[in-house]
Design a protein around this ligand. Structure first.
Ligand code: PEP
Ligand code: MN
Length: 348
């Protein structure tokens, strides 16, 4: 259930409602929107009905949320969430480009990439230090050394950085070096990891699982939010289908649907979605046309020598061209991003 506070509700009235909720042994989640404040009540409500709050001072209405995800739902918060990372706003008017190598390999490699992607218009640097590789014999990443090199390259170029964390026990370590924690597709339902990043006050990029439904993906976001971390960014990165010609299948409609069902920012990763360098830009353009608010793209100064995911990594020049192309698509569709949550037509 959510309790929507009046536009003019006072702090005291809000406190009063929170105390009342706690009195029922329930946990309130306060979501402060631009126009009004909403309180999400999640968990087993033991038969508590919205009527218990209707008419109380400062309360506009109390409504049940039908979807199994509550805090992540558009019903809980009508307007788009913007996740602020340094001076980069994810989910706002501007598209965000997160770029960098699959894995951090050396200081030269990450620094060269950072300068190149910044020049191309990227606003955040990515790089894996703990790699969830399909084979235990493949390069597993540089670990903490990689994180240090990533953070240094971010500082040298004034770009915030993002890296994947694969174990609950590493979350605090990774958070010391990065601005955004990445949860990879293989860990989307690693619930102890989700809870742990939910206890941090660091934005989380949540990739969709290899074979996860949209509901499972949003439930994974709910795990993080239910721990108190509302700074979640969703990332569609392709799902497993019968098709083997591409690495995964980019689920373009899922992008538009996730925008409708959730207020969280949605971006796409056309690199892992396709696995092939020449498909990255077309898939990225399609994602943006469908409403993605940014892209995460693998870029390597010398893809042929990359220790991981070379075949899908763009050179800096290819990335530069892609950014131009994507901007042309964005301008052509002139998507009014906020419209995604306002689709009023009843489907009968
Ligand atoms: C990655 O972004 O480095 C990665 C491993 O992606 P995914 O979790 O989507 O496979
Ligand atoms: Mn990769």
């Amino acid at each position: 259930m959510i309790i929507v506070m009046d536009k003019g509700a006072t702090k005291g009235q809000l406190e009063e409602i929170l105390t009342r909720i706690e009195g029922y042994g329930l946990e309130p989640h306060v979501i402060v929107g631009v126009a009004r404040t909403v309180i999400g009540i999640v968990g087993d409500k033991n038969g508590l009905e919205p009527d218990a709050f209707a008419g109380l001072p400062g309360v506009d209405k109390a409504v049940p949320i039908m979807a199994p995800y509550k805090l992540a739902s558009r019903d809980a918060k009508h307007e788009d969430t913007v996740v602020q990372v340094g001076n980069v706003a994810i989910g706002g008017e501007e598209l965000v480009f997160i770029a960098g190598p699959c894995a951090i390999e050396s200081q030269d490699q990450i620094l060269e990439t950072a300068h190149a992607i910044k020049a191309a218009g990227a606003t955040m640097l990515r790089g894996g230090a703990f790699k969830p590789r399909t084979s235990p014999y493949s390069f597993q990443g540089l670990g903490e050394l990689g994180l240090r090199l990533l953070a240094e390259a971010g500082r040298a170029t004034d770009l915030p950085v993002i890296s994947e964390v694969i174990e609950p026990g590493d979350v605090e370590l990774v958070a010391q070096y990065v601005d955004v924690l990445q949860i990879g597709a293989r860990n989307m339902q690693n619930f102890s990891l989700l809870r742990k990043v939910g206890q941090m006050q660091v934005p989380v990029l949540l990739k969709r699982g290899l074979a996860a439904t949209i509901e499972e993906w949003l439930m994974a976001a709910e795990y993080i939010m239910s721990e108190g971390n509302y700074q979640v960014i969703l990332c569609e990165r392709g799902i497993r289908t019968y098709e083997t010609a591409t690495r995964n299948t980019l689920d373009v409609a899922a992008i538009a649907l996730a925008r409708r069902l959730s207020h969280l920012p949605v971006i796409a990763d056309p690199s892992h979605a396709t696995g092939q360098v020449d498909l990255v830009a077309p898939a990225g353009c399609a994602a943006i046309a469908a409403g993605a608010q940014g892209l995460m793209v693998e870029v390597h100064p010398d893809p042929n020598s990359a220790l991981s995911d070379g075949p899908q990594s763009l050179t800096p020049l290819e990335f530069t061209k892609m950014v131009h192309q994507v901007h042309r698509v964005a301008n052509a569709v002139k998507q009014n991003i906020s419209e995604y949550g306002h689709h009023e037509r009843q489907v009968v």
